[in-house]
Design a protein around this ligand. Sequence first.
Ligand code: AMP
Ligand code: MG
Length: 498
Amino acid sequence: MTAQIETVDFFAFDNSYARLPDRFFARLRPTPVAEPRLVRLNKKLAWHLRLDPGKLAAPEGVEILAGNRVPKRGEPLAMAYAGHQLGSFVPQLGDGRAILLGEVIDRDGVRRDIQLKGSGPTPFSRLGDGRAALGPVLREYIVSEAMATLGIPTTRALAAVTTGEPVWRETPLPGAVLTRVASSHIRVGTFEFFAARGDLDAIRRLADHVIARHYPEAVDAANRYRTLLDLVISRQAALIAKWQLVGFIHGVMNTDNMSIAGETIDYGPCAFMDVYHPEAVYSSIDNTGRYAYGNQPRIAQWNLARLAETLLPLLAEDKDAAVKEAQDAIDAFAIGFETAYAAGLSRKLGLFQPRPGDLSLAQDLLERMARNRADFTLTFCRLCDAAASPDADAGVSSLFTDPSSFDDWAAKWRNRLAEESGEANERRAAMRAANPALIPRNHLVEEAISAAVNDGYFQPFESLLTVLSMPYEDQPAFGHYVDPPRPDQVVHNTFCGT
Ligand code: AMP
Ligand code: MG
């Protein structure tokens, strides 16, 4: 079956990636599915992308979102990329189950990719079926939208449709297609693809494309490729700091899952930590803890070193000089990350006028939380109340196996708070803006997915999205969404489901 071409204008496409040389991608159409049905359309995002939500939700729109029709001016293609997976280099990965339909300019003037994920096999599918199961599609929808409302750069979910076809994993599962929106889908692995082939011309073109699209400030720099590298590194440092500050664990930080634009991308076996621990791992495929919570900054820097290697020939004529440029750029990651992370921790503790010792105070709390199995999100959330009044201390200390461990720390924290100017309630409000109450907790995500997949019941999915759309607000009506899992609800493993 071949997808039909649409005649009605749904998208005002302007496809810059499709204008790159042919070896950057494979042109092909999505493979149509039996029975497209809209599960959810992100109307707000549609509006932001200058799309008509009514038209998208109508049968013709849903056919586009399922890959049964290609919208007018769409130039569907699967992107080529390589990547380091769990540390080992794979010279060819590519979009094995995703197809870029085209690019639109959103209401902020930002160019956005519109991509179908789960849209059928491509020349990059290897042994895969090119499809996605409903569970992982809903997981990506929930978590990526939650990240967006938390203020963390991320790809977005525009729509989810079911296909009416099973996908075969260990058992047959309902199939689905996610429409993903990204600043671009260019990855560290895209650069590695061409570096592995010694295709310097392609690397230069890709770098110029990325500069024009994501980092225009590098255009006039003395060494534009060094500046590009610096800017990618600084965006990633800021991104990873944000992950750490909300307890997000990506789960598969392979170089093909690291966006050049600095967005969180490829939500697979990701998780938000419940109990705080630097060694927390949820991904079922991460046996060595390579992508554990506490390793994420180091892994990001490692991935960026792989990017820097691909750019070496562009950094300087002389090889040693190029290596020095790359090394200096990579060293800056640690500084960028630590600065952003320390500033974020201070905000989480209500310390807005920096003093030496603030970072150790925060680290002391984190160590106590790890020893006492304290819930990450709830500890910081309740700390906001404790900042307003010590009466609220018991709410925090009760999260610790040994409550006195918190009380000892709180005494030091209060001494430090006394040096801050400003009124207690204002401090509480400012802290709340840094400490979300509502995160997509694993057990809630699993509940929502299981109701949808097993019973065709989407209400828990809808409710979770509603609650997560205001993560920093007090929402008393949704109290149970704030709660950590009961012991029988704890999710220990998350799966990529591919
Ligand atoms: P991921 O682990 O989802 O980041 O994917 C790693 C690589 O495997 C990418 O090249 C994907 O396109 C490919 N892949 C993942 N799942 C499938 C699938 N069901 N069919 C074809 N390719 C896939
Ligand atoms: Mg991937």
